[in-house]
Design a protein around this ligand. Structure first.
Ligand SMILES: Nc1ncnc2c1ncn2[C@@H]1O[C@H](COP(=O)(O)OP(=O)(O)OP(=O)(O)O)[C@@H](O)[C@H]1O
Ligand SMILES: [Mg+2]
Length: 279
């Protein structure tokens, strides 16, 4: 089933001459883990803002075309209604955290939806366990680390049972170990709940082995969207000025020296297999 659909969509921020999104056509399916990659300023955050109606409802500008999320037109459906379909975690989650303590923060959205106390308690226990934040539920959002804030932001979204979770550079302010933990947690949640997760992320080494598909953006356009194996072996990826995964750079050199003919692998296990079979 198609969860997100962009059709001939354009968006230009008020005051800007250039379109930040330029003729976007995109379909996102259920139960996928998707990486959104592109050079800085290519429109990743802008694309994400369209997925819960913030564009065009909150950001001033001009748009043409059509965006649908879970069958709902994002220009007409209230942002609050869209947020039960798609949950978005922006780069600095502390700006999204408003309650006195972590438990209240997570319960807040469910209280707004008017859920019963028992149902709230049950869901709270479930997501707190899933995101492994049992030890910080009594703390204030400003008393916890960046990684913990990310987990709380994810938990607050999960309780609303969205079909899609979108994260804009969730690990930008985290050290490598925490970054890895967050990415692994997202993969676990994605598989367990059969959700679609879209993640904009510079740490390609971490995400490449886990994602199903990659969307590439350049200058406001989607230049490629396909299974990761196709994308990383294609010209569009090669030309893009982004941090390439280490595995990519190594195998690209091996290929240019004609030492291997294989496709570029997407995981360490696959890379080891290829290297073992080298004569
Ligand atoms: N709130 C805004 N008002 C006006 N212009 C904006 C706004 N946000 C982004 N832009 C412009 O839109 C274009 C796309 O920006 P966007 O933030 O979507 O890129 P990005 O791919 O997320 O970049 P990065 O990797 O640096 O986060 C840029 O030219 C940017 O300057
Ligand atoms: Mg961005």
């Amino acid at each position: 089933m198609c969860l997100i659909k962009f059709e001939d969509f354009y968006f230009r921020y008020k005051g800007n001459e250039e379109y930040a999104l330029n003729n976007i056509n995109l379909k996102i399916d259920q139960n996928k883990f998707i990486l959104l990659a592109g050079e800085t300023g290519s429109g990743k955050t802008t694309l994400i803002r369209c997925m819960n109606g913030l564009i065009p409802q909150f950001y001033a500008g001009y748009y043409k075309g059509f965006v649908e999320v879970a069958g709902k037109d994002t220009t007409k459906t209230p942002i609050a209604d869209l947020s039960t379909e798609v949950g978005i975690v922006f780069q600095n989650p502390e700006n999204q955290l408003i309650a006195m303590n972590v438990e209240h923060e997570i319960a807040f959205g469910m209280e707004n939806l008017g859920l019963e106390r028992d149902a709230i308690k049950k869901k709270l226990d479930y997501v707190i366990r899933l995101t492994e934040i049992e030890t910080i539920t009594e703390k204030a959002p400003f008393e916890i680390s960046g990684g913990e804030q990310q987990r709380v932001a994810i938990a607050s979204i999960l309780v609303l049972d969205p079909k899609i979770i979108v994260l804009d550079e969730p690990t930008a302010n985290l050290d490598p170990l925490f970054a890895q933990k967050i990415i692994m947690l997202l993969k676990k949640i994605q598989e367990e709940k059969e959700l679609t997760v879209i993640i904009s992320e510079h740490r390609m080494d971490l995400v490449l082995p886990l994602v199903d598909e990659i969307i590439l953006m350049k200058e406001g356009k989607i230049i490629a969207h396909n299974k990761k194996e196709y994308i990383i072996n294609g010209k569009d990826f090669e030309k893009l000025k982004i941090n390439k995964p280490r595995i990519y750079s190594i195998f690209k050199s091996l290929k240019s020296e004609s030492l291997i003919q294989n496709n570029i692998p997407v995981s360490i296990t696959e890379a080891i297999e290829i290297l073992k079979n080298l004569k």
